[in-house]
Design a protein around this ligand. Sequence first.
Ligand SMILES: Cc1cc2nc3c(=O)[nH]c(=O)nc-3n(C[C@H](O)[C@H](O)[C@H](O)COP(=O)(O)OP(=O)(O)OC[C@H]3O[C@@H](n4cnc5c(N)ncnc54)[C@H](O)[C@@H]3O)c2cc1C
Length: 397
Amino acid sequence: MTAKRFVTDVAIVGGGIVGSSAALALRRMGLKVVLLERDLCGSRSSGVNYGGVRRQGRPLSQLPLAQRAHEIWGRLPELIGTDGEYERSGHFKIARSAADMASLERYRATTQGFDLDLELITGERLRALCPWLGAKAVGGSLCPEDGQANPRLVSPAFARAAERAGAVVLERTPVDEVIGDRNGFTLRSRNSAGHTLEVQAPLLLNCAGAWAGQLAAQFGEPVPMQAGHPAMAVTEPVPHFMDWSLGVEGGGIYCRQVARGNLVLGGGSGLALDADRARSDRDAITKLAAQAIELIPALRDAQLIRTWSGTEGYLPDREPVLGCSRTMPGLIHGFGFAGAGFQIGPAVGEVLAELARDGRSSTPIAAFGIERFAAPPTSQTAPIASAPASIPELSHR
Ligand SMILES: Cc1cc2nc3c(=O)[nH]c(=O)nc-3n(C[C@H](O)[C@H](O)[C@H](O)COP(=O)(O)OP(=O)(O)OC[C@H]3O[C@@H](n4cnc5c(N)ncnc54)[C@H](O)[C@@H]3O)c2cc1C
């Protein structure tokens, strides 16, 4: 029995920051949108991430998107009705050796022209600015306009803003079936009472995060995506001492202090409980705590009060899939952000909206085409599992 039927211009699967910001951008262009989210918008990666809003450290391929996102983050209140605790606090990437420092210098040289304004800081200046840093730090690179935000506030706010702008946002509505042909797409969701909800649209955005591979595979574009689960922890509040969000060259730990005094820490990998749920792993948290104390010795007295993780999609080259399907007209992909999609999410949403309206993006996205995973014509491709396999190594922020 069909309980409800929607006919729209664009249907979106997934209400993370990517799908929700696409819905908002599409409404601002005047297109009709229906977004289907199986849980609550922003309840997955987009709402449980570390909250790093940084451009520094990204590959050159992502910097145009990151710059576009940087501009959007700067007008968050006007766009989504909250600042989401977003601050341009600065992002400081720490070097623990001369080799790390040389690597930061090279990154600074290659990213000239992207307005990152990276400043290398060493020696007495480092100690004067960061008296709380442990002895292992030899220097670092400051991106003064990078920052941090509260993902629990920002990501759902994009969905609410899309709704206020006229998008139909259907939460607790899993997309169980997608049928696509040259006339467009029909999406079906069944509830426990056996009622079916149906959405019809000529355009479909695949924004299903770590679970997006299934839809891509259904339309002949399997991708080697794996799930990753960054380990996260937060301390009790301690007196405020640090404005910057910290990362370290080579990875291992990242850390920021919120206005209430708690330090949010990330690093290493948690584990999957099932295809949908993940948690931090005891070993990862033990290592994270040791690294935190090495980085900031005063943390030896701070209690960790909570740990968590999330489920994120990683492709082998750590670049997302963003662009039109090569096999199915009207299908547009935006997924696989490899632990770094929160900052670029709002720009990705705008790009997806441009692709839906114009068929092309005003920001370069050639590096992210799904065709890079196309199997050579002679080879056989194995079907991918709905629950992506987990990977041990995660990118760092
Ligand atoms: C612990 C952690 C820390 C991170 N830290 C940072 C950071 O500091 N900075 C940064 O830039 N990035 C960070 N990231 C990465 C960032 O959170 C993600 O790249 C980004 O949120 C991806 O957004 P998304 O909308 O693609 O995915 P998601 O937020 O996962 O949204 C996808 C949505 O699709 C829904 N969905 C899936 N299948 C269906 C279906 N069949 N029907 C309906 N809905 C469906 C899911 O329920 C989900 O809500 C982190 C990620 C994690 C997990």
